[in-house]
Design a protein around this ligand. Structure first.
Ligand code: SF4
Length: 362
């Protein structure tokens, strides 16, 4: 069972085998101007992406939906979702951005006011500073608790889910509070409501998520089918991206400051973290020169692949020089920290304006 509120997993192959997630690489060639996250295999899995490639190629209406649970600081791994939203925005998708304040309250005890504050100052500001245009007419940003369409739909779809189904998907037991048991229905409603008549009716919807969110995707697709006749819903599509390895070697997590580069870290702190990150380097210089480094086990290389280097050739060169032992980790860390510095300077310069925009939206 995958636990969307937990922090473990990540055997991507097992995941695709056990839960029927299809490989993303099989559809990449059908995507016009596929993004680096797509071509580099960072997005590794998909459900029903054909609906989206069809919409992209025929220039038909589609929507992209994401939710944010405002429970902590945004780290550089979260930037992947923003990058995907930006890509879909460029492709003409309607965007739906849900702030899951009801879920944050039920699952973590975070008040609605606190959720709003975190969403505004941490998430929305960074989304805008990273280049997402939230002011466009076809961007729907909302708090779950203030969206009656979502709340009504959650109630409606609850009619076709039983407690035993919820328990087998999420592992709920006798100690789980009822509000928490209800929150997956809100997420399902978040994903399905763009297909209500009020929002233009049935259409393909793509939900880019980490694999820990697949239980929600499966439940949503099941309920879309069950409500196809009554509400016309078609099954939404999903993509699954890899998680970033933390700088300490395990999963990057907002609750582990040493593992994560927060988007609001000072440039000094961010680059310091890069310099002390765990790499795929060998025990000694001699060994590294003889055996080469291990880029696939290296958090610095991951940073370059996910966020810092656009040019595939440059990336390949770095990889080859690492494998051959020609480049040593110190040089590589220096290169990554300079690139990160540029990114953070850019972010910092945009954040003040982003704050003003964010406050006018929520
Ligand atoms: Fe990582 Fe660079 Fe060291 Fe290779 S040389 S292990 S890519 S830091």
């Amino acid at each position: 069972m995958i636990d969307p509120w937990g922090s473990s997993i990540i055997d991507y192959e097992k995941l695709t085998e056990q839960f029927g997630i299809k490989e993303f690489k099989d559809v990449v060639s059908e995507i016009p101007d596929a993004s680096k996250l797509m071509t580099r295999g960072i997005i590794f899995g998909q459900r029903d992406y054909k609906r989206i490639t069809d919409a992209l190629n025929k220039k038909e209406d589609f929507a992209t939906m994401t939710g944010m649970m405002p429970s902590g600081k945004m780290h550089i791994g979260h930037k992947m979702v923003v990058d995907q939203l930006k890509w879909y925005q460029k492709k003409g998708a309607d965007l739906y951005l849900s702030i899951a304040d009801m879920e944050a309250y039920a699952a973590r005890g975070i008040s609605k006011e606190k959720s709003r504050e975190i969403a505004l100052n941490e998430y929305i500001v960074n989304y805008i500073a990273l280049g997402l245009d939230i002011t466009q007419d076809n961007v729907h940003l909302y708090l779950q608790s203030e969206n009656d369409d979502v709340k009504d739909l959650a109630y409606t779809i609850g009619r076709k889910v039983t407690f035993s189904q919820m328990r087998s998907i999420y592992g709920f037991d006798n100690s789980t509070n009822i509000s928490h048991i209800y929150t997956p229905l809100l997420q399902v409603a978040d994903i399905l409501h763009p297909q209500l008549e009020k929002y233009g009716g049935p259409k393909p919807v793509i939900v880019p998520v980490g694999p820990d969110q697949d239980p929600h995707i499966r439940l949503t697709r099941d309920l879309a089918t069950k409500f196809n006749e009554e509400l016309g819903f078609i099954e939404p599509s999903a993509t699954f991206h890899r998680f970033m390895t933390g700088l300490t070697g395990d999963k990057m997590s907002s609750s582990k400051p040493k593992s994560a580069i927060y988007l609001t870290d000072s440039i000094k702190d961010a680059t310091k973290k890069v310099k002390s990150a765990k790499t795929g380097g060998r025990e000694s210089l001699k060994e590294q020169k003889e055996l080469g480094g291990q880029p696939d086990k290296c958090s610095i290389y991951e940073l370059l692949v996910y966020h810092l280097i656009d040019d595939d050739k440059q990336l390949e060169e770095i990889r080859n020089k690492c494998l051959s032992g020609e480049t040593l980790c110190g040089t590589c860390k220096q290169c990554a920290s300079e690139l990160l510095e540029d990114m953070f300077e850019n972010l910092e310069s945009k954040r003040e304006e982003a704050q003003k925009i964010a406050e006018s939206l929520l």
